[in-house]
Write a protein that binds this ligand. Structure first.
Ligand code: ZN
Ligand code: ZN
Length: 460
């Protein structure tokens, strides 16, 4: 148990004579501080597994992480952290910030931030697990929905608590301050920003390094996945209104049809990637929603669209967002639209998620650490994706805080092999109602990887 081990650690620290006596009397007794992260992981696993199952069967939606955050706060306290709860100021009024910061101090030295997310998703679980969620809850719109940890944030929580326990046991081998950050509302994109807005980097010391981790639904257990540089994209949500002059569907010459204009604009937007952009800078422009009109024979007064725009570099982001507006207005002008009926483009800055950038120097350093703590054969290189993750917020917009987000393998190798056979069962992706990480090896690998990384960054 963590408390017992921690108190033993304290006794040993202050009474070296007794330690020697105990060591001799106990024969092969290994001092806590001499243990490897793997040995600590093995000892903690039964208790961490119980935490995982408990969190899995009690999932909470984004911004509603009350029970989960209370449990995390209790566990961090038990591991020796100074804990502050209810951190997070959302832009939207009426929401409670359930963020937790646990500070583990160990003299002067570097400050390292370790982050877990805590929220679950509105998904009805279909894993068939004995500890599957049956939870229903009201979302922020007041609708009753099923809730499931379909992204593995429950695995992250158990791993994160394990890292706190391990670092407490290994205090003789590091110095500095660890900020254990349990973040709400990752799925709703806003939890990290809400914690920063509530003074994460002013009420507590600004970290020298920020570390995150996420389970991966197509990477085998006992393996980790590493991406250097850009790993996930800038995510922009854009609302577009294309005004027209509505009228009868049989008299197109008497109206300005916003539907045909929207069709032209959408096709022109797709040429931003193919004709305006360096092909080595990936971009995605997806029109995920388009609404206009009510009936076959009426040309409507406007069309509304919702876009998701993905980029890596900030200069590319700015150029693409400007091109979206220029093309929409340019198409309208080319079709003789009156100046007061130009398309309106609104970039939803409140929903913006910056790109996750794994600092290449830090990546190189940690890769060597992991090859040694997990074995070379278990460290894989993983391609970047155009998904989004608000872990990026912790490195600040200019990436001035070196950060790294690690993939942890969560799938049995035989399932991966079966999925690769022609007609084989596809692997459930993250957010699928059937996604179930194999908990023991995923937590164990995450604990070893994160503990060995923090130890290296803070070693004496
Ligand atoms: Zn997710
Ligand atoms: Zn996730």
């Amino acid at each position: 148990m963590p408390l017992a081990s921690f108190s033993l650690g304290c006794v040993m620290k202050f009474l070296p004579t007794i330690t020697l006596f105990v060591s001799l009397a106990a024969g092969p007794f290994v001092r806590a501080a001499d243990q490897t992260p793997a040995q600590i992981a093995d000892q903690e696993l039964p208790s961490l597994l119980a935490i995982y199952k408990d969190v899995h069967s009690h999932p909470e939606l984004s911004t509603q992480e009350k029970r989960t955050s209370e449990m995390v706060a209790k566990e961090l306290k038990a591991a020796g952290c100074e804990v502050t709860d209810h951190i997070g100021k959302y832009d939207q009024p009426g929401l409670t910030g359930y963020g937790i910061v646990g500070v583990m101090k160990n003299g002067d030295g570097p400050v390292v931030l370790v982050r877990t997310d805590m929220d679950a998703l509105p998904v009805e679980e279909e894993t068939g697990l004995p500890y599957a969620s049956k939870v229903m809850a009201k979302n922020n719109a007041g609708e009753e929905v099923h809730v499931m940890h379909a992204c593995g944030h429950d695995v992250h929580i158990a791993t994160f608590i394990g890292v706190a326990r391990a670092m407490a046991k290994l205090k003789d081998r590091w110095h500095g301050t660890i900020l254990f950050v349990a973040q709400p509302a990752e799925e709703a994109f806003g939890g990290a920003r809400a914690m920063l807005k509530d003074g994460l980097y002013t009420r507590w010391p600004k970290p020298n390094f920020a570390l995150g981790f996420h389970d991966k639904a197509d990477l085998e257990i006992n393996h980790i996945g590493i991406t250097s540089g850009y790993m996930q994209a800038n995510v922009d949500s854009v609302d577009v209104t294309v005004p027209g002059l509505g009228g009868h569907g049989a008299y197109p010459h008497k109206v300005k049809d916003p539907i045909v204009l929207s069709a032209e604009i959408i096709n022109m937007w797709q040429t931003i990637a193919s004709r305006e952009n360096n092909p080595l800078d990936p971009i995605v422009i997806t029109v995920g929603s388009i609404h206009g009109g009510t009936k076959h024979n009426i040309i409507p007064n406007d069309v509304k669209m919702q876009l998701t725009v993905r980029t890596y570099k900030s200069e590319v982001r700015e150029r693409v967002l400007a091109a979206i507006e220029r093309i929409a207005k340019g198409c309208a002008m080319a079709r003789g639209w009156p100046p007061d009926k130009m398309p309106e483009i609104k970039v939803r800055t409140d929903e913006f998620v910056p790109a996750t950038y794994n600092n290449p120097e830090l990546t190189k350093r940690l890769t060597e650490v992991w090859k040694s703590s997990l074995g070379k054969q278990n460290v894989e290189t993983v391609d970047p994706v155009m998904g989004g993750e608000d872990f990026s917020e912790y490195s600040l917009p200019d990436h001035s805080i070196p950060a790294f987000d690690l993939h942890i393998g969560a799938v049995a190798p035989e399932k991966i092999a079966a999925s690769k056979k022609p007609g084989g069962p596809p692997l459930p992706s993250l957010h699928s109602s059937k996604f179930a990480p194999v908990p023991e090896p995923t937590i164990r690998t995450g604990l070893i990887a994160m503990t060995s990384a923090v130890l290296d960054l803070m070693k004496k």
